[in-house]
Design a protein. Structure first.
Length: 254
């Protein structure tokens, strides 16, 4: 026999799960009035399993949709060489609270400092929290947009990117763009402003973004928006790729 307290607890649990599963209030009330202790326990476990399964399926779908190039974790990332803007730090980045504020991040530093690693790791944290993410290099995004424009589907492609909570734009500035490519990239990046979050990795300082977009006016407008509602993180230290190579070499010697 269930005690009164245990029955109330089970009824509350079943009712909460029923709301999550979008059962009608009348159906839930009908069941709770008639259920035996064994039925309450069985349905509570059933609902809990269904919710867990749905969440796992959702995370798997979001992970496929994100198109991350590899699995990365913040646990394996040494953040001692990162420099944050005053009043902001590592814990703030990991909290993901900035996603709700539609804030942006620019990860700036030389090649090999772990910018992409951290961006992917943050993206995976967001996916595990149920947020939608799309990883794409700047060059690949421009190719997608140009192809969509040729097919008369540019609006559809832009709308697709507008649905994500976070766009992880990798290697901004690594490949110079022509005027048309710069305009298309600006169109997507500008549309993110205060509507969704964007994390950008780049080795190009703000003053030279005009050379990336092939248009100083577009670059100036973009920098103003990113600077107004975003955070800059500077990546210093030695190249992680060189360090990894040295460690691999040493392990081979051993």
């Amino acid at each position: 026999m269930l005690s009164r307290e245990d029955r109330v607890r089970l009824c509350d649990s079943v009712a909460s799960s029923a709301r999550t599963l979008r059962l009608s209030n009348s159906t839930t009330a009908w069941f709770l009035e008639r259920a035996t202790p064994g039925q309450l326990q069985a349905v509570d476990e059933l609902f809990a399993h269904e919710i867990e399964t749905r969440e796992a399926n959702k995370r798997a779908r979001l992970m496929r949709q994100a198109r991350f190039p590899a699995v990365k974790s913040v646990d394996s990332f040494d953040h001692s060489d990162l420099t944050f803007q005053e009043g902001y730090g590592w814990d703030d980045l990991l909290s993901l609270a900035w996603l709700d504020r539609c804030q942006d991040f620019v990860f700036h530093g030389p090649t090999g400092r772990g910018k992409t690693h951290l961006m992917v790791a943050i993206g995976m944290l967001a996916v595990n929290a149920g947020r939608s993410v799309r990883f794409v290099s700047a060059a690949q995004l421009v190719l997608e947009l140009k192809r969509a424009q040729e097919l008369g589907r540019l609006g559809d492609r832009c709308a697709e990117y507008a649905r994500f909570d976070m766009i992880a734009l990798d290697e901004f500035g690594y490949i110079p763009l022509d005027a048309e490519g710069g305009r298309l990239l600006f169109q997507v990046m500008s549309a993110c402003y205060e509507r969704q979050s964007m994390v950008i990795t780049t080795n190009i300082e703000f003053a030279k973004w005009g050379t990336v977009l092939a248009d100083e006016k577009l670059a100036s407008a973009l920098v103003d928006r990113v600077a107004h509602h975003g955070r800059l993180v500077e990546f210093g230290g030695e190249s992680r790729r060189v360090s990894d190579s040295l460690m691999l070499g040493n392990s081979k010697e051993r």
